[in-house]
Design a protein around this ligand. Structure first.
Ligand SMILES: [Zn+2]
Length: 288
């Protein structure tokens, strides 16, 4: 364990990622929107990330927060001087209600096309949680989302000058997807990463590693951790902002502007935390 303090913090915060114990109040805690780098902005709540990538040809929004967060996210987009109606695509990290519950309303407001992996889109379209998911007993249905389209691993979503690449990172859910793009300011270009959740979590009475409905969960998450670890990664936003020290980095923004968010080790640290989490889950599930 490279960084025990950070790891402990992640485990404590793990409550926020374990749907059974997470509090809606924590997810919905208010947060003013702010620039991350160049054309990229944080528009989520304090507890759950949502990112806006802007261009003159329209915008791309990643994730819609919990049900009810859509009004906050829309207000954040407007407060930054952009129009919700100019959001052309909404991308999903994973198909749990804390990240996707607000997408239906945001889709309605914007008319955007909603993109995700096939497993994510299957849940978004119907609103029905995936029975294979180890957290299934704790999942609640979503408002069904209109205008969805599945992408393939490695697909690039293009909009005017924007190009956002899908990296399938399944394991936390079968449909988990991370997204990468580039943003520039002051003559510098950064590799931006929206990393989806990489935590191995099961509901009480379920097993992550021995889930007969999702036998590949462990192999998938190991592969996904390696995928995120290997990304070119200057600015990381994780689906739960607490899991990649976003607020610690933001605290330096008033001094060093958006350079505050640059951490070239961020994806490797995020992967190391996920690997430690997985080891803990496996050890727990190995007990009789
Ligand atoms: Zn989740």
């Amino acid at each position: 364990m490279k960084n025990p303090i950070r790891f402990t913090a992640a485990l404590l915060l793990g409550g926020a990622c374990t749907i059974a114990t997470a509090g809606m109040a924590e997810w919905m805690a208010p947060q003013d929107p702010f620039p991350l780098y160049g054309n990229t902005y944080y528009v989520g709540t304090h507890g759950i990330s949502a990112v806006l990538i802007t261009s003159p040809a329209g915008h791309i929004l990643i994730d819609g927060g919990p049900p009810g967060a859509s009004a906050q996210i829309a207000a954040h987009i407007r407060a930054l001087g952009f129009k919700v109606e100019d959001v052309r695509y909404i991308l999903n990290g994973h198909e749990h209600f804390d990240h996707a519950g607000g997408i239906a309303a945001l889709q309605k407001m914007s008319g955007a096309v909603v993109l995700g992996s096939p497993a994510s889109v299957a849940v978004l379209k119907t609103g029905q949680p995936d029975k294979r998911d180890a957290q299934y007993p704790n999942l609640t249905p979503l408002a069904p989302v209109a205008n969805t389209r599945a992408v393939h691993d490695g697909d690039v979503v293009k909009l005017g000058p924007l190009a956002v690449t899908a990296h399938f990172t399944p394991g936390h859910t079968p449909g988990s997807t991370s997204w990468t793009w580039q943003s520039s300011e002051g003559g510098k270009t950064m590799h931006m990463v929206y990393a989806d959740s990489l935590t191995a979590v099961a509901a009480d009475g379920r097993s992550f590693s021995r889930n007969p409905l999702y036998r590949n969960a462990r192999a998938d998450i190991e592969h996904s951790i390696a995928t995120v670890e290997g990304l070119e990664c200057d600015v990381l936003v994780s689906a739960h902002p607490d899991f990649s020290d976003l607020w610690e980095r933001k605290a330096r923004q008033s001094d060093i502007k958006n350079e505050a968010f640059v951490d070239r080790d961020a994806c490797r640290k995020y992967a190391a935390d996920a690997r430690a989490w997985l080891a803990k889950t496996l050890a727990k599930e190995a007990q009789p």
